[in-house]
Design a protein around this ligand. Sequence first.
Ligand SMILES: [Zn+2]
Ligand SMILES: [Zn+2]
Length: 354
Amino acid sequence: MEEITVNLHNHSDISDGTGNYYEIAQAGLNAKIDVLIITDHNVVVRGKDSYYYREGNKLLLLIGEEINDPIGVPGNHLIILNSSREYASAASDPQTVIDSVNKEGGITILAHPFENAKKQLHMKSFPWSDWSAHDFSGLEIYNFMSQFKCGVTNFFSLPGHYLRPINFQMGADENTLAKWDELLSMGYRVSGFAGSDSHRFQKKVGPKTFKIFDYELTCRALNNHVYIPKPLVGDVEEDKKVIYAALRNGCFFVGADMITSTAGFSFRADTETGIYYSGARIPIGNSATLKIRIPEKSICRLISNGKVYKQWESVQSVPITITEPGYYRVECYLPYKNKLRGWIYSNPIYFFKG
Ligand SMILES: [Zn+2]
Ligand SMILES: [Zn+2]
């Protein structure tokens, strides 16, 4: 399997971001990621999926959408990928949208579902409230800008967060992780996604303009590491199909690359019938061995059915034999600036009684 880096959830100047597609693609090339997905608010742009090249590197820019109902309850932001239709006008009815996108083979992700920005700074929160919704592809378990908004406690802490945003990223949102485990325990197949929610907001204070934050910074900070069967070939349509299939199937992990690169992490199951990766749904048979490779020593947890199944530290590779059906996913934590940070979140491997 090939591992590629996909940065998701970026806003351009077509909605409320400040960079155009070319500038955002250059930021992605600087950060040396493979794929950057733009999801502007309530607008879908056709025919702009494209490769950008520079100095032997290539970046695939893909265009999705983030919809919400502008006159209804604030929140319920839904990211839609790999769809050929415009759904903004139907945003007040998320379930109809989710069902329709599923029929197309597209992807739906509940964006920043438990966002809770600090009120003191008058930053707005846009959580998900329609929990009657089901059959969506995933939850945005880690949103870079939400971590920023939720971490700034008061006006005086703002400069520190602005100057050193990485220092204040603690990991995936705890409430979202709990909801994810709840849904997985109920038998839903739901993937965990990372989103930058990058806008490059610009604030003018006197003669100085502050950028919150450069697209390049968020491209380096937090990514989806996606497994594909063979390297990208450089053909937009062909590569798009492979990337969206892997994202839809949950064949990826979330990596907080800002701490140190998460590339090289691997989580797989060896069974009598073959080798399987995140997102696979497989019969348990007599037994299965989970093999986890971690790029650096860290505190790791194997989570199953809402509980920590096993925890270990300072080991790079661990085989774990399992015999019980259920979902299994991995979380890794690393100390950074004297605090433990969420570093890697795998998507689950699902076992059922064969
Ligand atoms: Zn949003
Ligand atoms: Zn957004």
